[in-house]
Design a protein around this ligand. Sequence first.
Ligand code: NBP
Length: 479
Amino acid sequence: AQANIGVVGLAVMGSNLARNLASREGNTVAVYNRSPQKTRDLVAAQPEARFVASETIEDFAASLSAPRTAIIMVKAGAGTDAVIDQLVAVFEPGDIIVDGGNALFTDTIRREKAVRETGINFVGAGISGGEEGALLGPSIMPGGSAEAWETLGPILRSIAAVVDGEPCVTHVGTDGAGHFVKMIHNGIEYADMQLIAEAYDLIRRGTGKSPAEIADVFTEWNKGELESYLIEITAEVLRQTDMRTGKPLVDVIVDQAGAKGTGAWTVQTALDLGIPVSGIAEAVFARSLSSKPAQRAAASDLPGPTTPWQVKDADAFVEDVRLALYASKIIAYSQGFDEIIAGAEEYGWDIKKGEIAKIWRGGCIIRAQFLNRITEAYAADPGLVALVTAPYFRDAVAAAQDSWRRVVVAAAQAGIPSPAFSSSLAYYDGLRADRLPAALVQGQRDFFGAHTYKRVDAPGTFHTLWSGDRSEVETTDTH
Ligand code: NBP
C-alpha cells in the first residue's frame, strides 16, 4: 500500500481532482476508472505525478494505506451506487468512501445509512467550481461523521481553494448536509445568473448600449459591492465577438437556457420545507420558459405595451439597475440561507451559516467579496432569523429600494420580463408587511372548507357558520 488517497472515476472532474491531489506535498494518489483507458491516459499525460494506477477495484484497494480513503467522481445516480457497492466489497471497517459527485442529498442520507452498517464511513461531499476548480482548488462541502472528517479534513484542506489564508472547506454536518448545502449553492447560482441577465437586458433595451459597452458597465460594477466571479465572466462573455459573423457572441447564441437539475432540486426541496425561495424559483422557471420554442413562437404576436419606452438619463438608469441587482441578490441569498436553516432543522444538522458563506468565497461559481458580509452577519447574531434583517443588509436594501422600485416599474411598463427582480421585491414587501391579505385567504379557506382561523384579539381557533346564521363558534378542530 503506497497511496494515502484514491480517486475512482477519471472523467474531467475526477482526473483534475486526482492531479490536484497529486500536486500537494505528501500525497500519493491511487487512481481507478471503470474503463482502463482513462486511467492510462491520465498517467501517460503526467508520468512524473505521484499516481498509483490500478485496473481492478481489488488492486485499487490494495494500493491504499489504512484507513483507505477514496473519492468517487462518477456520473451521479446509478454509477455512484455501483461504485459504492464495489468499494464496500473491498474496503474494511474504518475506511472512508467519499462521494464527490453532484448527488441529491436524500440519496446521500440513504447511502450513508447503508454504508455505515458495514463499519465503513461514507461522506457525501459537494465539490464546486467545475473543471478548473477541481484542478486548481474547489470549494468543498463535506458531510459525514466527525470521525471521517478527522482523516479527510487535512487532505481536503490541502486541495481546496484558499481565501485570506483559509481553505474553502468545512465539515458541514452529518450524512447529507454537504450535498444539501451544495444544492443550495447551485440554487443561489441560478438566481445570481438570472439577476445579472435581467440587468443586462434592461440596460440594453433601455439605453441602447451595445454588449461591449455593457461589458464595460459590468467591469466597473465589479470594482464595488457587486464584485464577484459571475459579474467578471459576464463582462467577458458580453465583450466576446463572434469569429464567424463579427457580431457580439451573445447575439448569435440561441436564447434557450439549459439546466442540469440542481436548481430544480433546490426549489422542490424548498416547497417540501415550506420555504419561499421565490428568486431561485423564478430563475429556474425563466430557464424553462426560454426553452419552450413552440409556445414562444405561438405567443410572439401577443400585444405588448402601446407606448414606446425611453430612458431619459442613461447613467441614472444604469445606477438604478445596479442597485436593483444588489438588493435582489441580497434577497436571493437571504432565501437560500432560509432554506439551509430549515433543512438543518428538518434533518438535524448543526450547520454554521457563517462558515458556509466563508467557504463559498473561493473555488466556486458564486464566489464574491459579498459573502464576507454574510459571515459577519451570522457572527454578530448566530440566531439571525432572516439575513435581510441584519444591519448591513437592511441598510443596503434601504439605500437601494427607491432604485429597485423604479426598475421594476420601468420593466413592467416597458414589457421587459424581470421575474427575478420583481419577485424579489414582492418577497421583500411581503416580509416587511404589517398586515398581509393572508387574512382574507384564511377567511376563504374557512368559508369553503371550515379550515378555521385565529383572531387578532383573542386566543383560540374559530369558525364562522357560513351556511348557517353566520355567527362565530370557537372550535378545537383544526382542519
Ligand atoms: P461524468 O458525470 O461525465 O461521469 C463520467 C464518469 O462516470 C466516468 O469515469 C465513467 O466511467 C463513470 N461511470 C459511469 Br457514467 N457509470 C459508471 C458505473 N456504473 N460504474 C463505474 N463508473 C461509472 O463525469 P464528470 O463530468 O467528471 O463529473 C463527475 C461528477 O462530478 C458528477 O457527479 C458531476 O455531477 C460532478 N460535478 C461535475 C462538475 C462539472 O463541471 N462537470 C462540477 C461539479 C460536480 P467510464 O469512463 O468507464 O465510462
